[in-house]
Design a protein around this ligand. Structure first.
Ligand code: ADP
Ligand code: ASP
Ligand code: MG
Length: 870
């Protein structure tokens, strides 16, 4: 029977070949693919996971005559024997040639000098072993699998100015389609073939290595040489994500990328695909797919030439181990040939330069460790050479953080919050590529910790970015791993008729659903570790809300005498022991008023005690600390750090305590609130631990108040705050410091979701391709979008989605208000019924917190009305 002349290449990485059931999957996929596409299949495999690291350690080992190498080699042999047994194979037969080869390499004379050709042969053993075991197993399952040595088919090419290391251990291979090559390869008898990634033939006939992670590139070379239908990279994640999903669980699957975007993501650090693996496929127009061996049915990422491109950041990557070389010119300004002189030296040392930043007198470049062997020896030699033309400083280790996406140039102004994140670090170098695909920041590696989740969250939040676009961004890693967290449908979907009747009384009008509010209060009451709960009534002081929360046993937090007055007027019988007063820069009389009412007063500066000693003398106080950093959904709601006006800096704590003692003031509570909309449940636990440690030093503290700031899932695909994880973290840390009572003061989290803003559409206008629906209120009724770029879901209540009578479909509208400000936009590019028209009732969701509370009469527009739904 003649074999088909079409090929598919499937590459399986380390974790995909390290267990028996994975090999069952490999066998099944190869057979299915071959049948479905009527094609032949070439399977390219990596070494078992961790094996190349071990081989690398053997290659790096400086003691070669001691036991180190032999013992390591023996352990590797043992691991492969054990795996053979797991596969049901006889190791003595299957590995009869491989294990002696490994042993003799370990004892080879070249080991003494760690000769590069010896290192290459040593590194090659991992793939040779795994492919030998795999082929034997697949054949034992009855599959028609041939085995071939990749070195017989891939030829390393010598590139100009390569140094000895890269000529042997980081090679590129010839991959231009070649009919003769293809015919010879196809002459192998088996329909399914198995070979190694990572290795190739050196020009001298020996072994060459494609660089760490290079098996992807092997597959790409074979794909290009075979003019394959597709190259599939099977790994341990279901595709390329908008950030490394192991660091950013919220990272979103990128369903479709073009070659250039994939190249940029791979080059800038996403280890999921080796950077050299894309060009061969792009040149040969071979589509690629990234797929998950453990979950083969997921669609993964497809890379081809026809992926639709959208402007905006698609991914964030990070590379570690970056070395910066900063060169200060010692000659004249703009001296002709300065750059030529310094780059000539990099070339001499075979170092490829990545990023460049320059000024009149300084040039700073980066060396990427995945392209260069940047050892201290190499750097010393380079620095010595450069010293002739400039003053050199090496800055390492650094991390390069890159935003990848199209049209970066025109987006810079929308990256305000991103710049703010970097504003807190020392940025050594910023580079924006002229292909308009990337923007890179180089900072100290130590500063990069924790930055990726933060940057990713900023981008998802930003109204300008396409991250919410489901056609580009698939589910998050978190959702794929745990299944989508089922989110209850919002209450207002079930109360459409009632809401339309309320809207008929006139808009703008807020409506608050007390059942939703009570449900939140009960969830908070169920967190056992918390002793005192206070509602921050600045979020929404509506009397019905205060009464409902009081009835649930929640206390209150006020920030002004006005709020105190309103609270006690609404709830005359309220026990003042349930009330906190936490003002900011309030006048003295407000403190007097709070003391007179019996509320617990919080102070946050030494100056207050100094200015008004008589006011505080002999009293009990709580102290608000600034832990030196702020967190939260927007710069304007971060309430810690030197830029924020709140809190006593920890450095002044001793002065405060001394002064308090002199005045006979007892500090009975310690408070910190770092910001609002903090998404990590672990945050509060850390704040508690920090405060508790400080409280132990002060000695008089009874209560620790970790503030509020619990986030609300405003975005359509945001997961609800994981209150169980929060409660677990608090219980853990509470157990460490059981002597303190734990207090919290959420506002938004209790009130946001119970409220909606009802509006009427006034006009629908199209201008230069942008459709806008105008409403009878905007930033005057709901300021959050204008103030914080906040996102609120918007629905057309008059035309519910899924109505079979009308099916004009949904189109994108900017939803705007009537205020004479360009910032009067409630939401951009929102999907609303195409026939949205004047008189329709629009609903803005999750507006129960900081909605009415911030409403204003700007442009002399009347304040919204309010309604309560019992
Ligand atoms: P293999 O052994 O299959 O070649 P790798 O470990 O080389 O697998 O690459 C897969 C890993 O790449 C993932 O486990 C993940 O940690 C990492 N990774 C880094 N950035 C990304 C990203 N943007 N998307 C997906 N994975 C990424
Ligand atoms: N086994 C090699 C490595 O770990 C190649 C690869 O897995 O892609 O670097
Ligand atoms: Mg890899």
């Amino acid at each position: 029977m003649s074999l088909p002349d079409r090929w598919l290449v499937l590459k399986f990485g380390g974790t995909s070949v390290s267990r028996r059931e994975r090999w069952d999957t490999i066998g099944r996929l190869a057979r299915e693919r071959a049948d479905m596409a009527d094609a032949r299949v070439l399977v390219v495999v990596s070494a078992l996971s961790g094996v190349t690291n071990e081989l690398q350690a053997i290659c790096d080992g400086d003691s070669v005559d001691g036991d180190g190498v032999a013992a390591r080699a023996a352990a590797l042999a043992e691991r492969h024997r054990a795996f053979a047994v797991e596969l049901g194979l006889d190791p003595d037969i299957v590995l009869a040639e491989r294990l002696p080869a490994l042993r003799s390499l370990a004892g080879d004379a070249r080991a003494a000098t760690r000769a590069l050709d010896w290192q290459a042969e040593m590194l090659a053993q991992g793939e040779l072993l795994s492919s030998t075991l795999g082929a034997a197993y697949l054949r034992a399952q009855g599959l028609d699998f041939g085995w071939c040595d990749a070195r017989d088919w891939l030829d390393a090419i010598a590139l100009p100015n390569q140094n000895a290391w890269s000529t042997r251990l980081s090679v590129s291979c010839r991959h231009e389609a070649d009919a003769g090559w293809r015919a010879r390869f196809a002459a192998q008898p088996a329909r399914l073939l198995l070979t190694q990634g990572f290795i190739a033939r050196h020009g001298d006939g020996g072994t060459a290595i494609l660089g760490r992670g290079g098996s992807d590139t092997s597959a790409a070379y074979f794909g290009a040489l075979l003019r394959a239908q597709r190259v599939e990279i099977w790994t341990d994640v279901p595709g390329i994500f908008s950030a490394n999903p192991r660091i950013v669980p919220e990272a979103r699957l990128l369903a479709r990328l073009d070659y250039a975007e994939a190249q940029e993501i791979a080059t800038t650090g996403a280890k999921v695909l080796h950077p050299r693996a894309i060009a061969p496929c792009r040149d040969g127009n071979v589509p690629m797919a990234i797929l998950d061996t453990a979950r083969p049915d997921l669609p993964g990422t497809r890379i081809d030439a026809s992926a639709a491109t959208v402007p905006g950041v698609k991914a964030i990557s990070r590379r570690n181990g970056i070395v910066l070389v900063s060169m200060e010119s010692i000659g004249m300004w703009q001296q002709v040939g300065f750059l030529a002189d310094i780059f000539e030296r990099f070339k001499r040392h075979g170092l490829s330069v990545d990023l460049i930043g320059s000024s009149e007198t300084n040039v700073t470049v980066s060396l990427d460790p995945s392209e260069n062997l940047v050892t201290s020896n190499v750097l010393e030699a380079l620095a010595a050479d450069l010293a002739g033309v400039c003053r050199v400083k090496v800055i390492a280790p650094c991390a390069a953080i890159t935003l990848v996406g199209r049209g970066m140039r025109s987006l810079l102004h929308r990256l305000g919050d991103i710049w703010a994140v970097f504003g807190r670090e020392r940025v050594h170098l910023v580079s924006q590529s002229s292909n308009d695909l990337n923007l890179t920041f180089v900072i100290d590696e130590a500063d990069a910790e924790g930055l990726l989740p933060q940057l990713h969250a900023e981008l998802v939040r930003s109204d300008a970015m396409p991250m919410r676009d489901a056609s580009v961004f698939g589910p998050s890693w978190h959702e794929i791993a745990n299944g989508r967290v089922p989110r209850d449908a919002p209450w207002w979907r079930g109360k459409r008729e009632a809401l339309l009747r309320l809207a008929a009384r006139g808009t703008p009008r807020y409506a608050y659903d007390l059942a939703t509010l009570r449900a939140r209060a009960r969830a908070l009451n169920a967190v056992a570790a918390i002793d005192r709960r206070h509602y921050a009534l600045k979020a929404n002081p509506h009397p019905a809300i205060l009464r409902a929360l009081e009835a649930e046993g929640i206390g209150f937090e006020c920030v002004s005498a006005g709020e105190l007055q309103h609270l006690f007027a609404t709830l005359p019988a309220l026990d003042p022991a349930r009330v906190l007063f936490t003002p900011s820069f309030a006048p003295r009389v407000e403190y007097e008023d709070a003391f007179a009412r019996g509320a617990t007063v919080t102070v946050d500066s030494v100056e207050a005690l100094q200015r008004w000693p008589e006011l505080f003398r002999g009293r009990a106080l709580w102290l608000r600390l600034d832990l030196g950093r702020g967190e939260g959904h927007h710069a304007k709601v971060r309430t810690g750090g030197s830029e924020a006006k709140f809190g006593l800096p920890v450095g002044r704590l001793d002065a405060f305590v001394t002064l308090a003692r002199n005045l006979g003031v007892r500090i009975t509570g310690l408070h910190a609130h770092l910001g609002s909309g903090v998404e990590l449940p672990a945050h509060w636990r850390d704040v508690y631990a920090e405060l508790a440690a400080t409280a132990e030093r002060i000695g008089t503290i009874g209560t620790i108040d970790i503030g509020g700031g619990l986030p609300v899932p405003y975005l359509p695909d945001a997961a609800p705050f994981d209150i169980d994880a929060w409660a677990r973290g608090l219980a853990e840390v509470k157990a460490l410091y059981p002597q303190f009572a734990l207090a919290v003061e959420p506002g938004r989290w209790l009130a946001a979701e119970c409220g909606v803003l009802l509006l009427h559409a006034t006009q629908v206008v199209e201008k230069d391709g942008v459709r806008r629906v105008g409403c009878d209120a905007g930033m005057n009724a709901l300021l959050r979008p204008a103030l914080y770029d906040a996102y609120h879901d918007i629905a057309n209540l008059s035309r519910p989605a899924g109505d079979p009578v009308r099916d004009g479909g949904l189109v994108a509208f900017d939803v705007v208000g009537p205020i004479c400000e360009s910032g009067d936009v409630l939401g951009r590019q929102r999907q609303l019924p195409a026939d949205t028209a004047e008189g329709d009732v629009l609903l803005v969701a999750d507006a129960g917190a900081y909605g009415m509370a911030m409403a204003n009469t700007y442009n002399l527009r009347a304040l919204p009305a309010e309604e309560v739904i019992e």
